[in-house]
Design a protein. Structure first.
Ligand SMILES: Cc1cc2nc3c(=O)[nH]c(=O)nc-3n(C[C@H](O)[C@H](O)[C@H](O)COP(=O)(O)OP(=O)(O)OC[C@H]3O[C@@H](n4cnc5c(N)ncnc54)[C@H](O)[C@@H]3O)c2cc1C
Length: 457
């Protein structure tokens, strides 16, 4: 049987673009990709990239302050949001065009349209055009979840944060995950008075307790009002702004309320349910380790599968799928020891087991865990009169001496964890770290100079 396409990819984000490119350029497949919004997806258009550029923008006031401590006659002046937003939009246009160009160069046909699945070998575009296809890849990503509280429509999500007409004077960020924490720091850095409301006991749940504790304390010390153990019961408009009623009965007024209370997979309304593709309780497309669904011709990668919702993971999954199905190289995406960073101020870089997870999962099964940790005020900010602390922490299996986790808080933690991740992924032991001669004077030299465990758990 002949098909219009060997592969039809639905979704032009991190996972879909990689899979389409490899299947076409390296697998020789006839490939089409449909994208209903902008090419590049969440990461490029409304996630990692614009966020990181906003992080950079938000860091300048502190850098200028520090420059003064270092003898420079510098002042930060005012921030022109409109100018920055214009430059950001230009950069996103450039990136979107680059993604499109890469796909076209690889021989992929692009449809700028919403696509749905009609049957295991047919897809339909919004204008009704249908194609017969041998394989379908669902790479439709995720979307922000906003709980149904009265007045929720007054709030924005991360999607809208890059398009604000003006910067607010007072902002409420609801949530305590990495996106909430990053935006709280970004807004604070840009001069906004920021409040965070989070129903949990402390922000960044799931990360190492000691590390997230330092991030939270530092954010608070810098002036972000973090209110934990309280949620928003409702929002309403008032003459001066938006009033948030807390579950503790408090009433607080803001100019902007941003919800960052999690994300859900985009699996609904694309025809999957009726075909027998398994859908999980959060709406995630259920796949096996080859990213294949219960319908053999339909695969899914990236956030829509809700495995590890990070760009490099979606890319790996997309690549592995293309290798397996179109290049004759069976490949499973590896979800073990995936490093990640939270771009708060200070940054948090993390890989492997937290102390708590090691205690819970590992020590019961395999014996005690040694914790090596150093927390101190780094030279650069100490000189500038800041109270900031960094953390270098290793979670080590006592019996094998293998490093199971590494957690870094401080400037550049994202960059540092990427490099530590190579060693840890290779199975480095504490002795391997110790026989590596320190680079001095650096913050990260502490990672190779911690002699005795601070505790055994
Ligand atoms: C604010 C924010 C910050 C983030 N920061 C980071 C970070 O620092 N590091 C990191 O690794 N990850 C980060 N992420 C997560 C990262 O963006 C995602 O993990 C990644 O984009 C997932 O890629 P994907 O291919 O699965 O989906 P997406 O990139 O979401 O792409 C899916 C695409 O499918 C399209 N689509 C959906 N349905 C259809 C349809 N029916 N027809 C046609 N097109 C459709 C959508 O328009 C979208 O473009 C961040 C996310 C957010 C929201």
């Amino acid at each position: 049987m002949t098909f219009d396409y060997d592969l039809f990819v639905i979704g032009g984000g991190s996972g879909g673009v990689r899979a389409a490119r490899i299947a076409s350029a390296e697998g020789g497949a006839k490939v089409a990709l449909a994208e209903e919004s902008r090419m590049g997806g969440t990461c490029v258009i409304r996630g990692c990239v614009p966020k990181k550029l906003m992080v950079f923008a938000s860091e300048y006031p502190e850098q200028v302050q520090d420059a003064r401590a270092y003898g420079w006659d510098a002042s930060v002046g005012s921030f022109d949001w409109t100018r920055f937003r214009g430059a950001l939009e230009n950069e996103l246009d450039r990136l979107e065009a680059a993604y499109r160009g890469t796909l076209l160069n690889a021989g992929v046909t692009i449809y700028d349209a919403r696509a749905v699945v009609v049957d295991p070998h047919r897809v339909r575009l919004a204008d009704g055009t249908e194609f017969s296809v041998k394989h379908i890849l669902i790479a439709t990503g995720g979307r922000p979840f906003v709980p149904t509280v009265p007045g929720a429509e007054l709030a924005v999500t991360s999607n809208e944060m890059f398009h604000l007409e003006t910067l607010p004077k007072r902002a409420l960020v609801v949530g305590g995950g990495y996106i909430a924490s990053e935006f709280a720091c970004i807004l604070h850095g840009l001069g906004v008075k920021v409040t965070m409301m989070y129903r949990g006991a402390s922000i960044l749940r799931g990360f190492d307790d000691e590390a997230r504790g330092i991030v939270q304390t530092t954010m608070q010390a810098r002036g972000i009002d973090i209110q934990c153990g309280v949620d928003v019961a409702g929002l309403h408009k008032a003459p001066g702004g938006i009033v948030a009623r807390g579950t503790d009965g408090s009433m607080q007024e803001f100019d902007l309320v941003m919800y960052a209370t999690g994300r859900l997979p985009n699996s609904g309304g694309i025809g999957l349910e009726s075909l027998g593709v398994g859908i999980g309780v959060r709406g995630q497309v259920l796949v096996d380790e080859w990213s294949q669904t219960a319908v053999p011709s339909i695969y899914a990668v990236g956030d829509v599968t809700d495995r590890i919702n990070l760009t490099p993971v979606a890319i790996r999954e997309g690549h592995a799928f293309a290798d397996t199905v179109f290049r004759g190289v069976p490949t499973k995406a590896d979800h073990q020891l995936v490093a990640s960073a939270v771009f708060t101020q200070p940054e948090l870089g993390s890989i492997g087991l937290s102390e708590e997870a090691a205690k819970r999962q590992h020590s019961e099964a395999q014996g005690p865990i040694e914790i090596f940790a150093a927390s101190f005020r780094p030279m650069k900010s100490l000189f500038a009169g800041r109270e900031d602390r960094v953390l270098m922490k290793l979670v080590v299996d006592q019996a094998s001496q293998r490093v199971l986790g590494c957690h870094i808080v401080g400037n550049g933690a994202g960059e540092m964890i990427q490099l530590a991740a190579i060693a840890i992924k290779m199975g480095a032991t504490k002795a391997d770290f110790d026989r590596t001669v320190a680079v001095h004077p650096t913050v990260s030299e502490e990672l190779v100079t911690m002699r005795k465990p601070v505790r055994v758990v």
